[in-house]
Design a protein around this ligand. Sequence first.
Ligand code: FAD
Length: 303
Amino acid sequence: FRLSRRPDIGDQIDVSFEFFPPKSDAMEARLWETTERLQPLSPSFVSVTYGAGGSTRERTARTVERIIRETALTPAAHLTCVDATREDADQVIRQFLDIGVSRFVALRGDPADGVGTRYAPHPGGYANAAELVEALARHGAKDISVAAYPEKHPESPDFATDIDMLKRKVDNGAKRAITQFFFDNDLYERYVERARRAGIYVPIVPGILPVHNFGQVANFAGRCGAHVPAWLAERFEGLENDPQTHALVAAAVAAEQVLDLVERGVSDFHFYTMNRADLAFAICHMIGIRANGAREDAKPAAA
Ligand code: FAD
């Protein structure tokens, strides 16, 4: 892949960015710096994650509301159905619609008491993301994304069950799937092939996680069933106390992954930004995306 041979590639690529709602004033300031830096890249949307529990929910709503009020970005609200009655979930959907949100990422969520606890649907709630998608569509949501797992969801006994769940979500109205992060592009490609064979034709957008902190990523990957290849661990080996080199290696690793996916024909990317702009911005730059949609090969205006 040679960017110099594909000067207009940035034009054909759509990106979206994921944020989490900030918990403190300092984190809030960082998020707004991040949105300011990323906005000129004209993402198709930016999404804000959602956690169970009242205060987390409120933070998601506040963050989305501020994006609408103070930026030109199109927000998508994540929403989960874990631990919520149908009435609760419907009320949150209406709240989001009332503040002007029409895009959603519909998720099941995980039990609040964490790892090892088996998920059980709330007796009066939506049982899974497929049912939540159906509820969102019924309420008039315009654009619904759902999650997909190139290495299958840890609770799925096999790929057939996993793909079947994805198909139910799409059949109920999801327009795209966004994947869990992964580091092996072959796994993603095989998953997309499986989905297409099962009659799922919506975009399956790779979720790219720039590795801001390898230790944390390895830990998190273990919990969500994402495989960390040995070669990746080797690249970050010994960089625990060298943030500058760590950041350079992280940019190189993510750029390599994204450029390889572009070569395989992928044109949409979702970045798990961790509320930081630097790596996501650098990677977008490398795939030819320029501020305000300017093309990489655009000539400066004549003097
Ligand atoms: P579903 O698609 O409903 O189900 C996933 C798997 O669970 C299925 O494949 C199946 O194996 C099993 N399952 C579910 N229901 C049944 C059933 N009735 N019978 C049999 N098996 C069943 N979490 C948050 O809390 N907040 C967020 O904002 C958030 N954002 C995310 C964004 C993305 C892009 C991704 C990939 C994940 C996100 N998550 C978030 C994590 C997500 O909530 C978890 O991965 C959760 O465990 C599964 O959610 P889901 O929507 O994929 O579930």
